[in-house]
Design a protein around this ligand. Structure first.
Ligand code: 13P
Ligand code: SF4
Length: 299
């Protein structure tokens, strides 16, 4: 049996479902039961009828699945695949920040730890952040941890938000010049940028979209060429779903080393051994669940 068949065999034996983020390597996207963005994966995690979920992404995504499924086993291929942006804000730091703005509501990007979610009023993803903050029209809002996404929301809603200076190191490596050069080389192409990019990059993009929204946009838009201003893993899905269209990646530096920790070999071992398991302390999980469920109810 080859590795792929071994994985499918163990997946059946464990009654498991494989979820993968759009930034995973092609081999993992191709073997997954479902590939999507953070919002789509969080939704999917509430609909799963299986004993185990293998989450191929980064740690906070698996934690979110575990929080939403207290009775299920959540496995990850590599427990060291974390998100540096999520690690830029601890629960203690958020508690201190809240103490400085005692009347503010807290909206946390899903790229955050379970402890930070537990301290928040509502969660959001890049696909629904504007919609979620709109639910607090008259409140001061603390937005954590992504200052870039927060700035996009503030600009769109034409209001001030209290931002935490977190950011994604992968998207921070993208420069406006990278995009201007590609636009010059491919003047017909539409530039789709992720809101984790710095504002000066977003200012020269045509569309600001989550990775799932980029897939829908590229499928439905009649244009034939697109510049993809986000992590390179998404290119595999875009090319597979749109074989007649051309996609240009923004930069060889826009690769998330954390997302790339997961490999088919690690996926195989994780299914065979039933570990590593991701767990969240039940009291923290209960408080974090309120913030995630509020997001799902509002989006
Ligand atoms: P989305 O896929 O939800 O747009 O988020 C991207 C991301 O950075 C996940 O870490
Ligand atoms: Fe975190 Fe950025 Fe990697 Fe997404 S791309 S997992 S935000 S480091």
């Amino acid at each position: 049996m080859n590795l792929r068949d071994e994985i499918l065999n163990w997946k059946a034996q464990r009654n498991a479902v494989i979820l993968a983020h759009n930034y995973q390597i092609p081999d993992i996207q191709d073997i997954a039961d479902f590939t999507g963005d953070s919002l789509e994966l969080a939704r999917k995690a509430t609909e799963i009828d299986a004993a185990a979920i293998v989450f191929c992404g980064v740690h906070f995504m698996a934690e979110t699945a575990a929080i939403l499924n207290p009775g299920k086993t959540v496995l990850v291929p590599d427990p060291k695949a974390g998100c540096p942006m999520a690690d830029m804000l601890t629960a203690d730091q958020l508690r201190n920040f809240k103490a400085q703005h005692p009347r503010a509501k807290v909206v946390c990007y899903v790229n955050s730890t379970a402890e930070v979610k537990a301290e928040s009023d509502c969660c959001c993803t890049s696909g629904n952040a504007v919609e979620i903050v709109r639910h607090y029209p008259d409140d001061e809002v603390i937005f954590v941890p992504d200052a870039h996404l927060g700035a996009v929301v503030a600009k769109k809603l034409n209001r001030d938000l209290i931002l935490w200076p977190g950011y994604c190191p992968t998207h921070a490596r993208i420069s406006p010049q990278d995009l201007l050069d590609l636009k010059k080389a491919h003047p017909q192409a539409i530039a789709m940028a992720h809101p984790e990019c710095p504002l000066r990059v977003l200012q020269v993009a045509d569309e600001i979209l989550s990775t799932g929204q980029m897939c829908t946009f590229a499928r439905e838009n009649p244009a034939r060429e697109f510049i993809v201003v986000t992590e390179e893993g998404l290119l595999h899905r875009l090319r597979k779903e749109n074989p007649a269209k051309t996609f240009y990646h923004i930069s060889p530096y826009a690769v998330c080393p954390n997302m790339k920790q997961n490999t088919l070999e690690k996926l195989y071992f994780c299914l065979r051994d039933g570990q590593p398991v991701v767990t969240v302390d039940p009291a923290t999980a209960a408080r974090a669940r309120r913030a995630i469920e509020q997001m799902l109810a509002w989006s």
